[in-house]
Ligand binder design. Sequence first.
Ligand SMILES: *[C@@H]1O[C@H](CO)[C@@H](O)[C@H](O)[C@H]1NC(C)=O
Ligand SMILES: *[C@@H]1O[C@H](CO)[C@@H](O)[C@H](O)[C@H]1NC(C)=O
Ligand SMILES: *[C@@H]1O[C@H](CO)[C@@H](O)[C@H](O)[C@H]1NC(C)=O
Ligand SMILES: *[C@@H]1O[C@H](CO)[C@@H](O)[C@H](O)[C@H]1NC(C)=O
Ligand SMILES: *[C@@H]1O[C@H](CO)[C@@H](O)[C@H](O)[C@H]1NC(C)=O
Ligand SMILES: *[C@@H]1O[C@H](CO)[C@@H](O)[C@H](O)[C@H]1NC(C)=O
Length: 390
Amino acid sequence: MRFLTSPLTLASSLLLALAAPAAAAPSSSPMSDLAPRAGKIAPKVMVISMFTPEREVWIEPMQLVVNYTIPGLSPLFPYIACNKAHEVCIVTTGEAEINAASTIMAVTLSTKFDFTSTYWLVAGIAGINPYHGTLGTAAFARFSVQVGLEYELDARQMPSNWTTGYWALGSSQPGELPDTSDLYGTEVFELNTNLLQRAMIVTKHLTLNDSTTAAAYRKKFDYAPANLAPKVTQCDVLTSDVYFAGTLLAEGFGNYTDLVTKGKGTYCTTAQEDNATLEAMVRAHKAKLVDYSRIIVLRTASDFDRAPPGNVTAYDAFEAAQGGFEPAIENLVVVGKPLVEHIIKYWKSIYKAGVAPQSGGAGSFYGDNLGTIRSGPAQARRIRRGLMRR
Ligand SMILES: *[C@@H]1O[C@H](CO)[C@@H](O)[C@H](O)[C@H]1NC(C)=O
Ligand SMILES: *[C@@H]1O[C@H](CO)[C@@H](O)[C@H](O)[C@H]1NC(C)=O
Ligand SMILES: *[C@@H]1O[C@H](CO)[C@@H](O)[C@H](O)[C@H]1NC(C)=O
Ligand SMILES: *[C@@H]1O[C@H](CO)[C@@H](O)[C@H](O)[C@H]1NC(C)=O
Ligand SMILES: *[C@@H]1O[C@H](CO)[C@@H](O)[C@H](O)[C@H]1NC(C)=O
Ligand SMILES: *[C@@H]1O[C@H](CO)[C@@H](O)[C@H](O)[C@H]1NC(C)=O
């Protein structure tokens, strides 16, 4: 099968040379505090999906045939399914932020499982920014940004010199950052960049699935990478309960991403859950139930977030059959399965001990933007003068 080709072996020596497991400063290797809970189901990888197609695509390839029920799962998706060895499991959150946060909080608090060493692969489909990907693109995120958490005026009633009707909570117009005291804390999350780098090495040479409809649709764009075949890339995910479309909202939220990540993030994919999932993970990490440094976010592109050039309206583009849905669903497994298999294969030599995250200092957003799980310089600075103060 396509998944089991050369990149795995090709990549392994490079991988061993990357960041050393877990031995870094205590502030950046919280996994050392975690005490495994004996006698529980302790998966090496938990896939996090959001709705039926994203779940079903994994069941047969990974043989996830053992169902477990725990309190607090989505009524639509009442089972965690695992393979017989309990090495790989899948949970399905239900869609959008409330479902994602509620489900992941329930999962991490479950006494049936021991997640202290588990890797989490958020694997879902998304909208795509044509300047950073195309239909079928598989993107690993470093930042997750919640763009819906803002003030909004309908654009028909906004001040005449504004370019968007959205502006940050606690600020007075678009383009301004709020004071730290006004942050809700979930505006921006940063993941383990060393783990992200490994995921890229394992998967970047894979050939992604495509469809003839998608291949035809992307030709409507006259620029790359929108009009090129899909590949694996690294770029960031937005979270918004509102399923938005069109150039103006996409650009406005792209601008907001630049703002809250201080220019480090790249708005690339848009989905409805990841911030919420990550907030639950931050809290569970704080309670020593999971290791936040073991989270990977993979989003595959099912549709463009805006219309192609020409006179297609935003609405017509939104409604168009773009042909990206099926390859996006398939690419979750095309990319995700080799990664899961890699983690299991190198469990003893690399992954059991963990991959140390980037330093918490030097302006990192690692964890949430309140510094809940950062310690040392980053948090101290936040308290002193506010990480996000302009
Ligand atoms: C597990 O649950 C799914 C529904 O999510 C069901 O279709 C399947 O038959 C169940 N498998 C077993 C072995 O009970
Ligand atoms: C998602 O992340 C964004 C930015 O990172 C944040 O503003 C938003 O509050 C988060 N959403 C949730 C529900 O945590
Ligand atoms: C819009 O105009 C007002 C009044 O002149 C000014 O104070 C404000 O800074 C302008 N805002 C933007 C986003 O240009
Ligand atoms: C995004 O920012 C650019 C550069 O400041 C600006 O020209 C553009 O109008 C903004 N777009 C929106 C929709 O706010
Ligand atoms: C613009 O739209 C009209 C009618 O919807 C269509 O006939 C025309 O070919 C379009 N022009 C371009 C440049 O796409
Ligand atoms: C990807 O496409 C190939 C060829 O169409 C198909 O055989 C394969 O099952 C697809 N992969 C997945 C994960 O669906």
